[in-house]
Ligand binder design. Structure first.
Ligand SMILES: [Zn+2]
Length: 673
C-alpha cells in the first residue's frame, strides 16, 4: 500500500488525508521525501544548460514539494496533538533537517548558478516579484555562508555547531534551575491568594511530591503569587529565586555561556562582512539598522519611565497605608499594582466571562473579515486530526478563497500558547494553491453541553491569530516562499496585532459580546472598566520590556562584551532604570536571545510591530469608521495580499503614504503626554 503522505491527496480541498495517516507513516515518508528533495536539488545544480531564472530559482521553489507536505502535516500534529511516538520522531528529525538544510546551502554548483543569475540580474528582464525572489534566494544562501570557501567556510561550520550546542545548554540550565527550586508553603502562607492560585500551588505541590502547596519558578504560578500574596517576606524569597535563574553559580550558571555566544556571533558576522552581529541580523528586517531600532526604543523609553515613576509613588503610598515601612521594592510592585487595579477599576473576571462566548467571538472575527474584505465563511465537515478541530471554507463573491482551520481547546497533547500555522501556503507558480491557515489556541474546554466562555485576553488571542490567518487567506502572490506570513520578523505581527483593534470596537462588542444566559450586550460601564484596567500598569510593563530590548540591542550592536553582566549594568545605568523594576528577562535567563538565534537583536520587534499596528489602525480612525471600505481595500491590496513580495517599508508606505510614527502607540498604551 502506498504511504498516504506521499500519495496524491484526492480529498476535499486537497487537505491532508488525516483519517488515513498513522504515526508509522512519517519515518519512511520523511526519508523518501528528503532523498527526493536532494535529488531534485542535484538535478538543478548539475543542469548542463546555463542558469536561467526558470531552471534554477523557480525550479528550487518547486523542489521538495513532497518533503514540504510531510513536514507540514508532521509539525502540525507535533505541536497541536503530540504523543510519545511523535516526540521521538521530532528528536530524530531535528538533526537530519539541520544537515539537510546545510547540504543545500553548501551545494557549491547550486550556489554558483544562483550567484551567476544575481550578477546578471540587470539583464534578466524579471518582473518585480521574480526579482524579489532572486534577491531573497541569493541573500539566504550568502547569509548561510554559501559564499565562503576554505578555512573561512570551515570556521563558519564550527561556529554554527558550537552556537547550537551553547543554545541547547543555555535552555537546559534554565530548565534545571526552574525545576530545581521550589518554596514549600503551609496553608497559612497562602494569605491573599485567590482560590485558583491556591489550587495551582497545591497541584504543583502534589506533582512534585511535596506535603503541601509549593510555589515554583513557572511564570504562570510565580507571577500570580507576586501579585496576590500579602506576605512580603515570601514575595521577596520567591522574587529573588525567580530573577536569579541562570545565575545561581555552579554547573547551571549561564553567564559564561552568554559571553561565549556573543563573541561567536560577532565573529560569524565579521566572516560574512558585517561590522557587528546586529548589522548582520537586522539587514533583512524592516528596521534594517541598529540605529533605527535604538531610535524607536529610546523614543518610547522616556514617556514609559516617567509614567512608571509616577506609578511608583502611588504604589509606595498604598504600601505605607498597609503600615509597611521602607521603600517599594521589586517584589512589591506587582502586588500593589494589582491592589490598585482592583481599587480603581473594580474588575471581576468572573462577571466578565459570561459575555465572551467562544462561538460568538468566532462569529465576530468572521463578521469583521466579511465587513472589511467581503469574505464569507461556511463550516465544512472534513477529516481533521482531532475531534475538536473545525474547518470553514472561505469564499468571496462565490469563488473559493481558502480553507480556515480552528483548533481552539486546550488538551494535554497540545503545547502551550497560541499560534497560526498553515497546512498550505498560497502560490501561483510553479503550482497554483490556495491557503489553509490553522489557528491553534488553548482555551479551557467546557463540560459537555456547556458553552465555552473566554476571558478578555482569550478573545484578544482569538482575534490576533485570526489576523495572521487573514494574512494567509488574502495572500495573492506568485511564489509560495514569499506568500502569506513569510515576511520579516518585525513585520509579521502587523496583521495580527492590527486585527485585535476590531475586538475593541464598541459596535462589535455590542453585537457579539452578549450574555450567555440573558443575551444582553455587555454593559458599557463594564467595557470601559475592562479597557481601563488593561492600561493600568503600562508604565511598568513598557519599562521592563524596553530595558530587555535595549540590552539585547547593545549586546549585539558593538564589540562583544568581555563580561555581559557588566555591560548589562552599564546600559541600565545609562537608561536611568527605576530601582523598583528589573528587566523582564535578564541576561542569564534571556532565552529569546541566548537559547537560539531567533530573537537575538530582535527582541525589539514586538514593539516595532505595535508601532505599525497602532498607526495602521489610525488610518481607519481618521476616516471616522473602523470599517471604511476604501481603507480596507488599500490594506488588502497594499499589505495583506502581498506577503513578502516587496520590502516591508515599501508595503507600509504604499498603504499609509509615510512611515509610522510612535504617537499612536503611546496613545494606545496610555503613555501620551
Ligand atoms: Zn502573532
Amino acid at each position: 500500500m502506498t504511504n498516504p503522505l506521499l500519495a496524491e491527496w484526492d480529498t476535499p480541498f486537497g487537505l491532508p488525508p488525516f483519517d488515513r495517516i498513522s504515526d508509522d507513516d512519517f519515518g519512511s515518508a520523511f526519508e523518501t521525501a528528503r532523498i527526493e528533495h536532494l535529488a531534485e536539488v542535484a538535478a538543478i545544480a548539475e543542469n548542463p544548460e546555463p542558469a536561467t531564472f526558470e531552471n534554477t530559482i523557480v525550479a528550487l521553489e518547486g523542489a521538495g514539494r513532497a518533503l514540504d507536505r510531510v513536514l507540514t502535516v508532521f509539525f502540525s500534529l507535533a505541536g497541536a496533538d503530540s504523543n510519545p511516538a511523535r516526540q521521538a520522531l521530532q528528536r530524530d528529525f531535528a538533526p537530519k533537517l539541520a544537515a539537510h538544510g546545510a547540504a543545500i546551502t553548501g551545494n557549491r554548483d547550486l550556489f554558483e548558478r544562483i550567484e551567476a543569475l544575481w550578477q546578471d540580474r540587470g539583464a534578466l528582464d524579471l518582473a518585480a516579484e521574480e526579482a524579489r525572489l532572486l534577491e531573497l534566494t541569493h541573500r539566504s544562501f550568502v547569509r548561510a555562508g554559501a559564499a565562503l570557501t576554505g578555512a573561512q567556510a570551515d570556521r563558519m561550520t564550527e561556529i554554527k555547531s558550537r552556537l547550537s550546542v551553547l543554545g541547547t545548554q543555555f535552555t537546559q540550565n534554565l530548565l534545571a534551575d526552574e525545576s530545581g527550586w521550589q518554596m514549600e508553603l503551609s496553608e497559612g502562607d497562602l494569605e491573599g491568594l485567590p482560590e485558583t492560585v491556591r489550587a495551582s500551588a497545591r497541584a504543583a505541590g502534589a506533582e512534585r511530591g511535596a506535603d503541601g502547596p509549593v510555589i515554583t519558578l513557572s511564570r504562570s504560578l510565580i507571577v500570580p503569587f507576586l501579585q496576590f500574596s500579602t506576605r512580603r517576606d515570601l514575595r521577596e524569597t520567591a522574587w529573588r529565586a525567580w530573577t536569579s535563574r541562570g545565575a545561581m553559580g555552579g554547573e547551571t550558571d549561564n553567564r559564561a555561556i552568554a559571553a561565549e555566544v556573543l563573541k561567536l556571533r560577532e565573529e560569524r558576522a565579521k566572516l560574512l562582512g558585517y561590522d557587528t552581529f546586529a548589522a548582520y541580523k537586522l539587514e533583512p528586517e524592516m528596521a534594517k539598522s541598529p540605529e533605527a531600532v535604538r531610535e524607536l526604543l529610546t523614543s518610547v523609553w522616556q514617556p514609559a519611565r516617567a509614567r512608571a515613576l509616577e506609578d511608583q509613588e502611588k504604589l509606595q503610598a498604598l504600601m505605607a497605608d498597609d503600615g509597611v515601612n521602607g521603600t517599594l521594592a521589586p517584589w512589591d510592585w506587582r502586588h500593589y499594582a494589582e491592589r490598585r487595579r482592583r481599587a480603581e477599576f473594580d474588575i471581576d473576571d468572573t462577571a466578565l466571562k459570561p459575555y465572551l462566548q467562544l462561538e460568538r467571538m468566532i462569529e465576530a472575527a468572521m463578521d469583521c473579515a466579511n465587513r472589511l474584505f467581503g469574505l464569507e465563511f461556511r463550516e465544512v465537515d472534513v477529516p481533521l486530526y482531532h475531534a475538536d478541530v473545525r474547518a470553514w471554507e472561505v469564499t468571496r463573491d462565490g469563488a473559493h478563497v481558502a480553507v480556515f482551520v480552528g483548533d481552539y481547546f486546550a488538551r494535554a497533547s497540545k503545547r502551550s500558547g497560541a499560534w497560526c500555522s498553515a497546512l498550505r501556503s498560497q502560490s501561483k507558480r510553479p503550482e497554483a494553491r490556495t491557503a489553509v491557515p490553522v489557528n491553534v489556541c488553548n482555551f479551557a474546554k467546557p463540560a459537555a453541553g456547556e458553552p465555552a466562555l473566554l476571558s478578555y485576553d482569550d478573545a484578544r488571542t482569538l482575534f490576533h491569530e485570526f489576523g495572521h490567518a487573514l494574512h494567509h487567506m488574502l495572500s495573492d502572490v506568485e511564489f509560495g516562499s514569499i506568500s502569506g506570513t513569510s515576511v520579516a520578523r518585525d513585520f509579521v505581527e502587523l496583521p495580527s496585532q492590527l486585527f485585535e483593534h476590531w475586538l475593541d470596537e464598541p459596535e462589535v462588542l455590542r453585537r457579539f459580546a452578549t450574555h450567555v444566559e440573558t443575551g444582553e450586550p455587555m454593559p458599557q460601564d463594564m467595557l470601559d472598566r475592562m479597557k481601563g484596567a488593561a492600561l493600568a500598569n503600562q508604565g511598568f510593563e513598557t519599562v521592563e520590556y524596553l530595558a530587555s530590548a535595549l540590552v539585547d540591542l547593545e549586546f549585539h550592536a558593538g564589540p562583544a562584551p568581555a563580561d555581559p553582566m557588566d555591560r548589562q549594568a552599564e546600559v541600565l545605568e545609562e537608561l536611568g532604570m527605576p530601582e523598583a523594576i528589573v528587566m523582564r528577562h535578564a541576561t542569564p535567563h534571556f532565552a529569546h536571545v541566548f537559547a537560539g538565534d531567533g530573537y537575538s537583536s530582535g527582541y525589539y520587534s514586538y514593539m516595532w510591530s505595535e508601532v505599525m499596528d497602532a498607526d495602521a489602525f489610525a488610518a481607519f480612525e481618521e476616516k471616522g469608521d473602523a470599517f471604511d471600505g476604501d481603507t480596507a481595500r488599500a490594506l488588502e491590496e497594499r499589505i495583506l495580499s502581498r506577503g513578502g513580495s516587496a520590502e516591508p517599508d515599501t508595503l507600509y508606505v504604499d498603504f499609509r503614504g509615510r512611515m509610522p510614527g510612535v504617537e499612536a502607540l503611546l496613545r494606545g498604551r496610555g503613555l501620551a503626554a
